[in-house]
Design a protein around this ligand. Structure first.
Ligand SMILES: C[S@@+](CC[C@H](N)C(=O)[O-])C[C@H]1O[C@@H](n2cnc3c(N)ncnc32)[C@H](O)[C@@H]1O
Length: 263
């Protein structure tokens, strides 16, 4: 999908996010771990472990992490468990928030396969408590809110993730860029981050409901990140013969750090 006419535009505020069905989404994407998610989780794990291994060779955690537009996906939060005291799960959809809150006490068994991949790194395997205990302790209350409000939020986080959000919540290039900027600006200078994007997505369906996407590629991701990111690695996860999600050509994963100097 390209830019289209103004009438084709779907801005973030136009979309019925409360119609997002977490059960449908999970059964399509996360009930059984796909090879592409296994690769994403592995690369994110290695990025965080290498960053915090250098900073805390004797162990230790930063105060806070955030997963923006968490939806019904727990693996970004699981990847943060060894590294930060508190995790904010920010989400706009009431149904997704209800799902996230339902997972706090005892998350569903299908998330264990993602934890097992994380445990291929010693820092995860040797966590001092069970991951479910740590998850409950770290994720106090999934938070209702918008990515775009992070631009004026005085809080800053020490670790951040954003998976399939900025390009998958609007058809607008301006909103995509603003979303990426708001995410990066919510991080403290030097904070490690991982962000994933659908490449050339034409939108997606969850159950009977169509959701919009902005058609973006690696150049557009780099432009949106601009000088907000440093030490950045970009991975293409292209597997066109076996696309697990509909209407896109691949996935882009970026691992890096929020730039040290204030922008
Ligand atoms: C494609 S889903 C991605 C969900 C999840 N991060 C994942 O990895 O599967 C997009 C998510 O962004 C949420 N969302 C939509 N607009 C948002 C906004 N303005 N701020 C935060 N989240 C938003 C949706 O409710 C949905 O959960």
């Amino acid at each position: 999908m390209t830019s289209g006419t103004a009438a084709d535009q779907k801005l973030n505020a136009d979309v019925p996010w409360d119609d997002f069905d977490p059960g449908e989404y999970i059964s399509h994407n996360y009930l059984t771990m796909q090879a592409v998610d296994q690769e994403i989780v592995s690369r994110m794990r290695d990025h965080f472990s290498s960053h915090f291994g250098d900073h805390f060779p004797d162990g230790g955690r930063v105060p806070s992490g955030i997963d923006v537009g968490a939806g019904p996906n727990l693996y970004p939060a699981l990847a943060m468990l060894p590294w930060c005291d508190r995790i904010t799960l920010l989400e706009r959809s009431a149904r997704n928030l209800k799902y996230l809150r339902s997972q706090r006490a005892d998350y569903a068994p299908h998330w264990d396969q993602f934890w097992d991949v994380l445990c291929q790194d010693e820092a995860y395997a040797k966590l001092d408590v069970a991951p479910r205990v740590r998850f409950k302790e770290a994720v106090r209350r999934p938070e209702s809110g918008s990515l775009f409000d992070l631009g004026t939020d005085p809080r800053r986080w020490d670790l951040g993730t954003m998976f399939f959000v900025a390009e998958s919540i609007t058809t607008s290039l301006a909103e995509f860029r603003r979303g990426v900027g708001c995410f990066m600006n919510a991080l403290n200078p030097g904070a490690p981050f991982a962000a994933a994007f659908m490449e050339h997505s034409v939108g997606y369906r969850v159950g009977d409901v169509e959701f919009p996407a902005r058609d973006i590629d690696d150049t557009e991701v780099e432009t949106a990140l601009g000088d907000l990111a440093q030490d950045m690695k970009m991975y293409h996860l292209d597997n066109p013969g076996d696309l697990v999600r509909d209407g896109y050509t691949g996935m882009i994963l970026v691992c890096g750090r929020r730039s040290d100097s204030p922008v």
